[in-house]
Design a protein around this ligand. Structure first.
Ligand code: GDP
Length: 296
């Protein structure tokens, strides 16, 4: 359900491989466990802490692989619980403005489409803004999602100013009494200075129309990039005030443990997760389900 099959088989098989039946938890076992955690992208800091916690209670004792996985799942749950938060859409804002940022290919446009479907089904009116004005394909793709979900898409010609597109979208959202406006953005990391200037201008223009907006700035991350996702949050965090995360492509990767590294490092809310390319492949993010899914 959480799309974690590949990650959980890496972790569960890894732990089971170390503990055939029961084994005394010695230094070698701890080291091997730490490697398994790192191989599933939980990150070195988190892996070290999980192993230390296990050693605190069980060092030199006989322990089974099931007990290890239970202990890890409990630890991961405690790290994820504080960050598991859906987007708090405020329907009195008309519109509640969500800026969606992230590296090209991370799944921004797809996530916007999935969110559009989800919130439309909840009875909200949703509008989409094709703020990645540079890539014709990105604009076209968002239009397809608009048709699929029956949500209007505000777009301009290729190369148009992203901030003025955002401005127009907010005007139209106000006129049409829209509940939720989802604004796509560019993600050209090879031109960091240009991207930063563009995103900051978009944020400024949005803020001029509503001083509290954007109400959410959500960063979309591709789980298949593993620890790179951690780096990406730092880079984007220097450009804009990221307020929440969505982790995508958990279905196709054994690196789903990066969720734990992200939660541990940044403590940013995780709103939902992407587990496929289709409109329905968006899941609520629940700490316990995710932790259990991760540890098999
Ligand atoms: P953007 O450049 O950030 O807007 O990324 P896109 O939304 O265009 O997504 C890039 C590719 O990843 C597309 O082929 C999507 O279908 C695919 N994709 C997006 N989310 C997911 C997901 O959760 N799982 C899988 N397997 N593929 C995804």
């Amino acid at each position: 359900k959480q799309g974690l099959t590949k990650t959980s088989s890496r972790l569960a098989d890894g732990v089971a491989g170390i503990f055939t039946g029961k084994r005394r938890l010695d230094d070698d076992a701890l080291e091997e466990l730490e490697e398994v955690l790192i191989s599933a992208d939980l990150g070195p800091a988190m892996a070290a802490r999980m192993v230390a916690e296990l050693a605190k209670n069980k060092f030199d004792k006989e322990i089974s692989d099931l007990e290890v996985r239970e202990a890890f799942a409990a630890h991961v749950t405690s790290v994820l619980e504080p960050v598991a938060k859906p987007i708090a859409v405020d329907r009195t804002r008309k519109p509640h403005i969500v800026l969606v940022v992230g590296v090209n290919g991370s799944g921004k446009t797809t996530t916007i489409g999935k969110l559009a479907k989800h919130y439309s089904e909840q009875g909200l009116t949703v509008m989409l803004a094709a703020g990645d004005t540079f890539r014709a394909a990105a604009v076209e793709q968002l239009k397809v999602w608009g048709e699929r979900t029956n949500c209007p898409v505000i777009a301009k010609e290729t190369g148009a100013d992203a901030a003025s597109l955002a401005f127009d979208a907010i005007q139209q959202a106000k006129e049409q009494n829209v509940d939720l406006l989802l604004i796509d953005t560019a993600g050209r990391l090879h031109n960091k200075t240009g991207l930063m200037q563009e995103l900051q201008k978009v944020v400024r223009v949005i803020g001029k129309q509503d001083p509290d907006a954007p109400h959410d700035t959500i960063m979309v991350l591709d789980a298949t990039t593993g620890q790179n996702a951690v780096q990406q949050v730092s880079v984007f965090g220097d450009m804009v005030k990221v307020t929440g995360l969505v982790l995508t492509k958990l279905d196709g990767t054994a690196k789903g443990g990066v969720m734990v590294a992200l939660a541990d490092r940044f403590g940013l809310p995780v709103h939902c997760i992407g587990v496929g390319e289709q409109a329905d492949d968006l899941r609520a993010f629940t700490a316990n389900d995710f932790a259990r899914g991760l540890m098999g």
